[in-house]
Design a protein around this ligand. Structure first.
Ligand SMILES: [Fe+2]
Ligand SMILES: [Fe+2]
Length: 366
């Protein structure tokens, strides 16, 4: 592919996608407004139904006697809190993207401003998404865990461990990556973003199609997946073509490359952040009443041990709802990325060495 044809392709793509986004928002309004509507009207009715398919919880709580003695209300709360965990993870990823996007397309400013515009539009959408999920999260926490301030101690599933640190450091990360990785930065960033985006797609499709859920909760996931499909396609394209169109010389440092991958998929963090979520719910602020206050400490401990062991074991494989789509897109993304063969191999090697993330790259053939 010549530089000119890559530029033309990106230009066409960027303009078309901004139009699609505008059109979608005209038609459906913001995601935030859908979330507000879901939780404003008849909020009790929304909480009377499950929000996610029951198998989302990889801790297998259902076969434990403590869960079996839950009241109906506690069982539903557990389900809504599983929704909360999933969208905490999504929102944390999107907060990173909002900032890193700016840095990742910096090199396009003078080459192809329409790419910068597209990324600004996508960041605008992510800001809207985060506000929408925050509305849902707050409603859930207010209802079941009044007074508990989740955000102080949430373990971030990506980037740095603490959300607070992330807020500051993601700017530094963006600047440093731009300087050090050069044109490798957009290529690698958008490869990571493709895989991160697809990683939740199988789950989100399942919520959108989950008939037992309230209609507006399904709708929230449905509208979000429409945006994310566009984001995924953009990321794939930019990862593929950035190398061809950006001429900034880059320092091919293996060490930095590995560091970037490790910071996108920190070892064990998925398990840590999941357990932290449930630990806080079960053992958090005991001075306040919450939905699980009626359960004895001993029972909670036995139950928590059970879900921890199951989660740890089940994280070694992709969730059945994710396997096909994740492996398919990851395979394509790595194979098409504008990286040298050597760096693609390194990418697969680094993820392949991690027992939890190796399943992402299993299908890649180089
Ligand atoms: Fe999003
Ligand atoms: Fe996105």
């Amino acid at each position: 592919m010549t530089v000119q044809s890559a530029l033309d392709e990106l230009e066409r793509y960027a303009k078309l996608n901004v139009r699609h986004s505008l059109h979608q928002y005209d038609k459906h309004g913001t995601l935030h407004s859908v979330a507000q509507q879901a939780l404003r009207d008849d909020s009790d009715a929304v909480f009377a139904k499950p929000w996610v398919p029951w198998d989302f919880d990889i801790g297998n709580p259902y076969d434990h006697p403590v869960y079996q003695q839950f009241t109906e209300q506690q069982k539903l709360a557990w389900n809504h809190l599983e929704w909360a965990y999933n969208y905490e993870v999504v929102a944390a990823g999107e907060r990173q993207i909002i900032v890193l996007n700016q840095y990742a397309v910096r090199q396009y400013r003078h080459i192809l401003p329409s790419v910068v515009e597209l990324e600004e539009r996508e960041s605008f959408e992510e800001v809207d998404h985060v506000a929408a999920f925050q509305t849902g999260l707050q409603a859930i926490y207010n209802r079941y865990l009044p007074g508990m301030n989740q955000h102080r101690s949430t373990t971030s599933p990506s980037g740095f461990r603490h959300q607070q640190a992330n807020r500051l450091l993601r700017h530094l990360t963006g600047m440093a990556a731009d300087k050090l990785l050069g044109k490798r930065f957009p290529t690698l960033f958008f490869l990571i973003r493709t895989i991160k985006t697809v990683s939740f797609k199988g789950m989100e499709n399942s919520i959108a199609q989950f008939d037992q859920a309230p209609e507006l909760i399904q709708r929230l996931s449905h509208l979000h997946r429409l945006d994310e499909s566009r984001h995924q396609a953009t990321a794939l394209k930019l990862s593929k073509l950035s190398d061809a169109v950006l001429d900034k010389t880059s320092w091919e440092s293996e060490r930095l490359f590995k560091l970037a991958i490790h910071s996108a998929w920190p070892k064990n963090r998925m398990l840590e952040s999941r357990l932290q979520h449930w630990r806080q719910i079960l053992f958090g602020d005991t001075s306040r009443q919450n939905i699980f206050s009626s359960i004895s400490l001993e029972d909670k401990q036995a139950f928590f041990t059970h879900i921890s062991m199951n989660a740890q074991r089940n994280l070694l494989a992709l969730h059945p709802r994710q396997v096909q789509i994740t492996q398919q897109v990851t395979k394509r993304a790595v194979e098409e990325a504008g990286l040298s063969r050597e760096f693609k191999q390194l990418f697969v090697e680094v993820l392949g060495a991690d027992p939890i993330h190796r399943n992402l790259v299993e299908a890649v053939r180089l």
